[in-house]
Design a protein around this ligand. Structure first.
Ligand SMILES: Nc1nc2c(ncn2[C@@H]2O[C@H](COP(=O)(O)OP(=O)(O)O)[C@@H](O)[C@H]2O)c(=O)[nH]1
Ligand SMILES: [Mg+2]
Length: 290
């Protein structure tokens, strides 16, 4: 379960209320929870000034001021849910560093969207490892979803091209594209992702409808760096935050939204196919502070 500050009341009592030590340790806790220094300042500075000026000595009041601030950060315009209507096939490109949970998240996402009544096709554009295609085929079989794939080491762009043809021919609602895990610092791998994006744009005239970046919630502050570089290359539209079952540090959600303006759209919290939900900013905010 996510937490931002382990125990706010403890800090409050330890430092005997509203004083500089209390605010300093609060800032430290935020940073330990993977909030960037920039975002931590945004959350705390104005509230701290206000509380000093007005001599606020009610912890509940401070808590509610901070919660409002967090809600401001996480607020997104429009719908949180993915709306697939009107664009057929609706194309979701999934990218991220190796091992973050791309392939398993695609299976979960496919199941979620299928349960919402969409027909799904998956493209296995991770052509570096034969095991990657086998992994997604295993899920495909379980869910009754076809997986378009080519041989190992073939051109990922060609897989995507074929999958778009197939989706059109079969009148598929949603096409989800799995890609190879790549270090965001590897220029030619990033170029290959951009090439996949160009293949899509050329063929459908608009590009992918969602570019989802998969981030492992155990990554720490480096996740911001990953998000920034992928965003530069691909214009990421949302994050799938994985492995929420194995960490309590939720600060990265705030950092990525505040510093880069990318919202978390989905969250996964286990290895079962149903262990995925749309991210709920309100619920998340309530979890963060005790
Ligand atoms: N506990 C847990 N494990 C996960 C979650 N998401 C993915 N994993 C595991 O993380 C590992 C890597 O996942 P995979 O989808 O193959 O990552 P990829 O290399 O990015 O495609 C696998 O063992 C997954 O079962 C999650 O939400 N919770
Ligand atoms: Mg994979």
């Amino acid at each position: 379960m996510f937490r931002l500050v382990k125990n706010l009341s403890y800090l409050w009592n330890k430092f005997k209320g509203n004083n500089i030590q209390f605010w300093d340790s609060l800032e430290e806790e935020l940073i330990l929870s993977n909030v960037s220094a920039n975002t931590a300042n945004f959350i705390l500075n104005d509230i701290k000034d206000y509380c000093f000026k007005n001599n606020i000595n009610d912890l509940n009041k401070i808590k509610s001021l901070i919660k409002e601030r967090l809600k401001t950060i996480l607020k997104v315009d429009g719908e949180q849910k993915i709306n697939t209507t009107g664009r057929k096939p609706f194309i979701i490109l999934v990218a991220g560093v190796n091992g973050t949970g791309k392939t398993s998240s695609i299976a979960k996402l496919a199941n979620l969207l299928q349960n919402d009544g969409n027909s799904i096709l998956i493209a296995s554009a991770d052509t570096y490892r034969a095991a990657a295609t086998e992994q997604i085929q295993f899920f495909g079989k379980k869910l009754g979803i076809e997986v378009v794939h080519h041989q190992k080491n073939s051109d990922p762009g060609a897989v995507v091209y074929d999958s778009m043809d197939s989706a059109l021919a079969k009148n598929i609602d949603v096409l989800i594209i799995d890609t190879a895990g790549r270090m965001q610092t590897s220029a030619n791998l990033m170029d290959e992702l951009k090439k996949i994006q160009r293949v899509i744009s050329k063929k459908n005239g608009r590009g992918p409808d969602e570019v989802l970046l998969v981030i492992d919630s155990n990554t720490g502050q480096n996740a911001r760096n990953q998000a920034e570089l992928f965003h530069k290359a691909l214009e990421v539209t949302g994050i799938i935050l994985t492995k929420a079952d194995s960490t309590s540090k939720g600060g990265i959600v705030l950092t990525i939204k505040h510093d880069l303006n990318i919202p978390v759209k989905f969250i996964t919290y286990g290895e079962k196919i149903s262990d995925i939900s749309y991210f709920d900013p309100e619920k998340f905010t309530d979890l963060l502070l005790d």
